[in-house]
Design a protein around this ligand. Structure first.
Ligand SMILES: Cc1cc2nc3c(=O)[nH]c(=O)nc-3n(C[C@H](O)[C@H](O)[C@H](O)COP(=O)(O)OP(=O)(O)OC[C@H]3O[C@@H](n4cnc5c(N)ncnc54)[C@H](O)[C@@H]3O)c2cc1C
Ligand SMILES: C[S@@+](CC[C@H](N)C(=O)[O-])C[C@H]1O[C@@H](n2cnc3c(N)ncnc32)[C@H](O)[C@@H]1O
Length: 623
């Protein structure tokens, strides 16, 4: 998120004499001694005139500066549930520098909960993310209530959030002990996010805080405080400031998606989940909705780790989070299988480097850990030559049923056709066939046709605004299939080393990959099988002929990867071209980017907080 990497430090609360949670780090209490939920109702909901202000609204967005135990969030959610005139969707964004571990959250939160709030606390706990830096998106009430939880310093995170906010809950520890949470630049960022008429409330009545709010652009007033506090602060954004009310570019229609692979499916599915119709166009649909991946037995989705937690690693984490969230409810045959991934060290020096990286990152052990050779063998279920990095979040899945499930969602129409030209028309985009006939038109179009996106963009005047689309390269390659058995052991997890990988078997056949041919055809070949078998033989500590002897029928799958600059995907609006988006350049990680890109496009079109940091949005932008 900019600046040197700093590992997260979890909350270390203690119970004060009355049993209420207290932070020794800040020497302050998490909530008023008169009650967390009373304070939430009076200060944060009452101070922002909620629930009244969300009534009649489609969506309402609240941003909180300190999540703590989530009492304010639960109080807000409860009020939303109980209000028959509630907004259709409630989005909450909250920041937390010292998140509670799941067990501490349960220990400190549950004694505060009673009645129906207890069930909400259970749901929060069940969705509680691992303590990893960055934005986490949690969903409740079938997606009608979202919580975008940022783990890290509020000042840095607020700069990273792309959202339009209606109400702010300012809830740090006391400004004397926790000045960061009341800093003018933080308030400046809140104003950047604010909608017209946005309000803010806090229990704090320090004159410095009121002054900083005023300087940032709020009109500030005092109001009666809660419990033993005589006063609190309420504020309203000055009328000249704030975003205009969100108007959907889709009022009159649907979204055109060009391309029926992982990219098109991710976008169509995320839009359909929000009730936005899509028309997806691809000639492969003549052979069915999953035809883009026909014959691809299994594919993998694994996190990345780098010593400085760079953009690629953060993006991959975000992608995996979204895919896990979005695809968890799919039919079992399409659902990712959480099996874990084991990256074997190549040599002793490699092992030392990996161990040092894990030490620097300080990620939770249940998310990533170093395992020595014996444990690696146990985890893999086969003999391996060295220890490695074990990532329990690694997943494999069947690509063809996945695509069929994503495209099978109500509201997604699949048209078998080739788009010859994309034409800007009044109010949107028209997809034309090779003869100029219209296939479909819509206010919004998404180029999800991988390396071929450039050909559709080139004739348009906006092409130069999207250099990352225009400069994509295609790399062909194959995977090979081997029957597991003697000398070709089945893996229990995804086992990989130096770019080669071996997936857990599907019906007795394991997938090994892959080859890279920058100027080659997408075709399965004997040469490709030999290349893969040679690498798999090293991984399995056996010989090439033994592996080749287990080649399955069919023996593999071939395809193309569209690779964009920086090896990062291209996801975002094409600057200057109203309603034109790109979701392409997925390289070797189509599964990782599929749901993430879908969520980015869908959140922007639906006026929701975007579940990805702004620096990462810039890194993947087409321009
Ligand atoms: C051998 C191999 C193994 C791989 N293994 C994995 C893996 O394990 N995990 C993983 O995450 N990724 C893997 N990948 C990468 C993954 O396959 C790609 O990232 C993914 O396919 C990209 O999806 P896409 O939808 O962007 O592009 P594509 O799959 O290329 O789909 C683009 C679609 O657009 C259509 N199209 C093109 N032009 C037009 C047009 N003018 N009109 C209409 N439609 C058009 C095409 O017909 C095509 O169906 C692998 C790739 C290869 C080659
Ligand atoms: C008063 S408590 C918040 C209570 C919370 N709103 C609730 O409902 O339980 C303040 C929280 O701010 C967090 N915090 C302190 N400094 C922070 C910072 N710089 N960035 C983000 N969070 C911070 C603390 O760890 C603490 O959890």
């Amino acid at each position: 998120m900019g600046g040197p990497y700093r590992p997260l430090e979890a909350a270390c609360a203690v119970a004060d004499t009355g049993g209420a949670p207290r932070s020794p780090r800040y020497d302050d209490v998490y909530h008023s001694s008169s009650g967390a939920f009373g304070q939430a109702a009076h200060v944060f909901l009452g101070g922002n005139d909620l629930p009244t202000r969300w009534r009649g609204r489609n969506r309402y967005t609240v941003c909180e500066t300190g999540f703590g135990l989530g009492c304010n969030f639960l109080a807000l959610w409860r009020a939303w549930r109980c209000d028959p005139r509630r907004c259709a969707r409630l989005h909450v964004i909250s920041f937390e520098l010292h998140p509670f571990s799941r067990s501490d959250l349960a220990a400190f939160l549950f004694p505060l909960l009673s009645g129906p709030t207890r069930a909400l606390g259970d749901a929060l706990l069940a969705a509680w993310p691992p303590l990893l830096p960055g934005l986490h998106r949690l969903e409740f009430e079938s997606g009608a209530v979202t919580l975008t939880l940022g783990f890290g310093p509020a000042r840095a995170l607020a700069r990273q959030v792309e959202a339009s906010v209606d109400a702010f809950f300012l809830d740090g520890f006391s400004p004397r002990k926790n000045p960061e949470m009341w800093a003018p630049d933080l308030f400046g960022q809140l104003v950047r996010m604010a909608n017209r008429g946005a309000t803010a409330a806090t229990w704090c009545c320090a004159s410095s805080v009121r002054g900083a709010l005023r300087d940032a652009g709020f009109q500030v007033a005092k109001a009666p405080g809660f419990g033993r506090k005589r006063e609190m602060t309420v504020a309203t954004l000055r009328p000249t400031l704030g975003h205009a009310p969100f108007t959907s570019s889709l009022a009159a229609g649907r979204v055109l998606v060009i391309g029926g692979g992982f990219a098109g499916a991710g976008v169509a599915h995320c839009l359909a989940l929000r009730g936005i119709e899509t028309v997806v166009i691809d000639p492969v649909f003549t052979r069915g909705p999953g035809a883009n991946q026909h014959g691809h037995l299994a594919a993998a989705m694994t996190p990345r780790i780098t010593r400085d937690d760079d953009r690629g690693a953060r993006l991959a984490r975000a992608g995996m989070r979204q895919a896990s969230l979005r695809w968890a409810g799919l039919p079992p045959v399409a659902r990712p299988v959480r099996c874990g991934a084991l990256w074997l060290a190549g040599a002793e020096s490699d092992a030392a480097r990996h161990r040092a990286t894990l030490g620097v990152l300080g990620f939770p052990r249940e998310w990533v850990r170093w395992v020595e050779r014996d444990e690696a063998c146990d985890i893999a279920g086969m003999a391996v030559a060295r220890g490695g990095v074990f990532l329990p979040e690694g997943r494999w899945l069947r690509p063809e049923p996945l695509l069929a499930a994503l495209f099978g969602r109500n509201g997604v129409v699949c048209l078998p056709a080739t788009v010859g030209r994309l034409v800007a028309v009044e109010g949107g985009w028209s997809a034309r066939d090779e003869n100029g006939g219209e296939i479909a038109a819509a206010p919004v179009a998404v180029l999800a046709n991988a390396g071929r996106a450039a050909a559709l963009l080139r004739p348009l005047s906006w092409a130069e605004r999207a250099p990352r689309v225009m400069s994509m390269e295609e790399v062909a390659g194959q995977v090979s299939y081997f029957r597991v058995g003697s000398l070709v052991s089945a893996a229990r997890v995804i086992v990989s080393a130096r770019g080669r990988y071996w997936l857990p078997p599907v019906d007795g056949v394991g997938v090994a990959g892959g080859t890279y041919a920058p100027s080659g055809m997408a075709a399965v070949s004997e040469k490709g099988h030999r290349e893969i078998a040679a690498r798999l033989a090293t991984l399995l500590c056996t010989d090439v002929d033994a592996v080749m002897g287990r080649l399955a029928v069919p023996a593999g799958w071939a395809g193309r990867r569209a690779v964009a600059s920086g090896r990062l995907p291209v996801i975002g609006r094409i600057a200057g071209a109203p309603g034109l988006w790109a979701a392409c350049g997925y390289g070797s990680r189509g599964l990782t980017w599929s749901a993430l890109a879908g969520e980015i496009v869908a959140a922007a079109l639906a006026g929701e907080p975007v579940p990805l940091e702004r620096d990462l949005l810039r890194a993947v932008a087409p321009g």
